[in-house]
Design a binder for this molecule. Structure first.
Ligand code: CAA
Length: 384
């Protein structure tokens, strides 16, 4: 039985910050941000959005009647959740009016958790072939105003439906994975911003990619020439480039050219949105499926997922015939182009207003009625 990604969607906020403006305000050379780090723009998340609204707004784009009847599991991956007890998946189930005869769960391991969700979903469908699983990966990446990590912030959500006979890509049973206790990035429960050793995290990411790539080749017998493209977890686009440059010479010359073009294709959306933590690697996949060159049914792509702390997984997918028809890339491109640009002052105000405080009754001037949104607190619980 072929199991894989049947549908894939993305949502982010309607506000965007130009990182050239941010560089100028912070007294940095804009080239450091746009070339050195590889980010042009950053999603700015207003306080009427959170991981639940963004997850629901991503999922509502793909959940149709057939899904509604057959989804009996909702897996919500996040490292910026809204409650220390209740799962964000429960809120999504209610907002989307999905069946109550479902399993709803939230999972966490930094930016890696979305991939764990995908793998759990695949294994579940293998034993329940008529079921469909909704996997959501939703986050707000916060480092703090004026910090080195500020340029690598962002936010948004990916939603996927994992099912048999998928329309987009089959997930191949060839995963290699590893985990190690590393203090590169973490967020104690009393903090709304991550603590990070950015340079260490970059080194661990590169090391884990190389280790897993070697292990993958040993276990499967595949070599780089067997792949048409890679989707990387992209905390910033230069990160994928740094990791990939370690192995690119293993391909033949013409394949190197194509892989390099497809690496740029896989970074386009992230360049304009920033880090989504759990969803980033699947935004990279969406970008690759939208802009990748020479991709056709039967082609093999690699997915490298990384989460600080640290855990990583490398696996491959096989594109399905006519997959292009089911990729919503052009719709996303148009939505991103329509976002409202905010000044650095506006961004700083919105950023500071995002803080979670269950004693405060939040109301905002920035509301948009078209989508699910956070309305405020009632008895300490967030209302949507
Ligand atoms: N023109 C062009 N390039 C320039 C430049 C200029 N004027 N000035 C500097 N650069 C280049 C530097 O040479 C450097 O390039 P290389 O990395 O290729 O050497 C790049 O810009 C960045 O410069 P610095 O290393 O000096 O930048 P920094 O100290 O401000 O930190 C960062 C950069 C580590 C990415 C920081 O933004 C950070 O800590 N980000 C958050 C952590 C992170 O994203 N880690 C990634 C892996 S962890 C992960 O993946 C999980 C997750 O999502 C967090």
């Amino acid at each position: 039985m072929t199991i894989g990604i049947d549908k894939l969607s993305f949502y982010t906020s309607e506000y965007v910050l130009d990182l050239v403006d941010l560089a100028q305000k912070r007294g940095d050379d804009p080239d450091k941000y746009t070339i050195g780090i590889g980010q042009d723009k950053q999603a700015v998340i207003p306080n009427y959005e959170d991981v639940v609204t963004m997850g629901a707004n991503a999922a509502v784009q793909i959940v149709e009647e057939d899904d509604r009847k057959n989804i009996d599991m909702i897996i919500f991956a996040t490292e910026s959740g809204i409650d220390n007890s209740k799962s964000s998946a429960l809120y999504v189930q209610k907002l989307l009016k999905l069946s109550e005869f479902s399993r709803t769960i939230e999972i966490k391991q930094a930016c890696y958790a979305g991939t764990y969700g995908v793998m759990q979903a695949r294994d579940y469908v293998a034993t329940h072939p008529d079921k469909r699983v909704l996997v959501i990966a939703s986050d707000i990446a916060r480092y703090g105003l004026g910090t080195p990590g500020e340029v690598t912030q962002g936010g948004g959500a990916i939603a996927m439906i994992i099912a048999k006979n998928p329309k987009i890509a089959a997930i191949n049973p060839d995963s290699v994975y590893m985990s190690q206790d590393v203090a590169d990035f973490w967020r104690p429960i009393d903090r709304s911003e991550a603590i990070v050793d950015g340079h260490l995290s970059t080194d661990i990411y590169k090391e884990m990619f190389l280790t897993l790539w070697k292990r993958y080749q040993q276990q499967t017998g595949y070599v780089l020439d067997d792949f048409l493209g890679f989707a990387f977890h992209l905390p910033y686009t230069k990160m994928g480039k740094k990791a990939f440059s370690q192995i690119i010479n293993e391909a033949n010359e013409s394949r190197q050219e194509l892989l390099s073009e497809n690496l740029i294709a896989s970074q386009k959306f992230s360049r304009d949105v920033g880090n989504l933590y759990t969803g980033s690697v699947y935004l990279s996949l969406l970008s690759l499926l939208t802009y990748g060159q020479e991709l056709a049914g039967g082609d093999r792509l690699a997915i490298f997922s990384y989460g600080s702390g640290a855990e990583a997984e490398l696996y491959s997918i096989t594109l399905q015939e006519n997959f292009h028809e089911y990729v919503l890339g052009n719709v996303i491109e148009k939505k991103l182009a329509k976002r409202i640009k905010v000044s650095v002052d506006e961004y700083e105000k919105i950023f500071s207003d995002q803080l979670y405080d269950s004693h405060r009754n939040v109301t905002s001037d920035f509301k948009n009625k078209e989508y699910f949104e956070f309305l405020g607190w009632k008895n300490g619980e967030r209302q949507y």
